[in-house]
Design a protein around this ligand. Structure first.
Ligand code: IPE
Ligand code: IPE
Ligand code: MG
Length: 247
């Protein structure tokens, strides 16, 4: 089935977030080392960025490396960091060609110096692009993001720059790494796992969740369109009744 042609182009989510999972199992199923899966995963990233742009998604957030992932074997972490640097420097020109703006969330300072520098350069070079905003979650976990935000708020309260009464949803949003990024309407996780793994816990309060058994390296544009098609056939009620939504 061709899902793209069936999409209602006026109801495409503004923001899609993806937990790209299953690179290691994909590699294992092909009798290859885990890193081979991560490399193949980069191809999926390229395809999905392209697909998201084609249907007019404005923000695409990809969970690329979690704070918990630092505890993986040193060789895997090193390979992932190397892949990150190589990918970013290779892709900047095509990001510019496709009018994609690169953003990041997470604790970039904990990345190796060359990764951080490469990312900062790429963000700077793409900052005026007006098409898709590609948000990479790197050394990211939702709880650590919230902890950092709470510390910043507490600090501003102490300095009398924020009144306790002014603390609300919107203010908290403004202190998160995602301050200028709207909440995702749709969250996708690949690889058949049904968990959030510390990703965007605050931001996905009302997101639609979509799970697929496909491993990330097998995930294609058409799979993205299928997820959006599924999303478009749901009723988002935000606590209201179905009747209220229809009227
Ligand atoms: C996702 O694939 C990529 C990262 C977490 C960096 P995994 O590496 O988690 O692959 P599996 O889940 O072990 O198959
Ligand atoms: C989540 O995948 C993190 C990323 C996709 C970067 P993991 O593979 O690390 O998650 P768990 O450990 O299975 O929950
Ligand atoms: Mg995994």
């Amino acid at each position: 089935m061709d899902f793209k042609s069936q999409l209602n182009i006026n109801e495409v989510p503004n923001h899609i977030a993806i937990i790209m999972d299953g690179n290691g199992r994909w590699a294992k199923s092909h009798n290859k080392p885990r890193v081979f899966g991560h490399k193949k995963g980069v191809v999926s990233v390229r395809n999905v960025v392209e697909g998201a742009g084609e249907i007019g998604v404005k923000y695409l957030t990809l969970y690329a490396f979690s704070t918990e992932n630092w505890n993986r074997p040193k060789v895997e972490v090193a390979a992932l960091m190397q892949l990150l640097v190589a990918t970013i420097s290779n892709e900047v020109s095509s990001l510019n060609k496709n009018n994609v703006r690169l953003l990041t969330i997470g604790d970039l300072k904990s990345l190796p110096g060359n990764c951080e520098r490469e990312l900062e350069k790429a963000k700077e070079k793409t900052k005026n692009n007006t098409g898709l905003s590609l948000v990479l979650a790197l050394s990211y976990s939702s709880k650590s993001e919230i902890v950092r935000a709470v510390k910043k708020i507490a600090n501003d309260v102490v300095k009398n720059e924020v009144k306790i009464d002014a603390i609300n949803d919107n203010l908290i949003n403004d202190y998160l790494d995602t301050a200028n990024v709207p909440s995702p309407e749709l969250l996708i996780r690949t690889s058949g796992e049904y968990r959030l793994s510390n990703f965007l816990l605050w931001q996905i309060a009302y997101s639609e969740l979509y799970f697929t058994n496909k491993y990330w390296p097998d995930f294609t544009k058409e799979d993205l369109f299928e997820a959006v098609f599924d999303y478009q056939n749901r009723e988002r009620r935000f606590g209201l009744t179905s009747e209220q939504i229809k009227n």
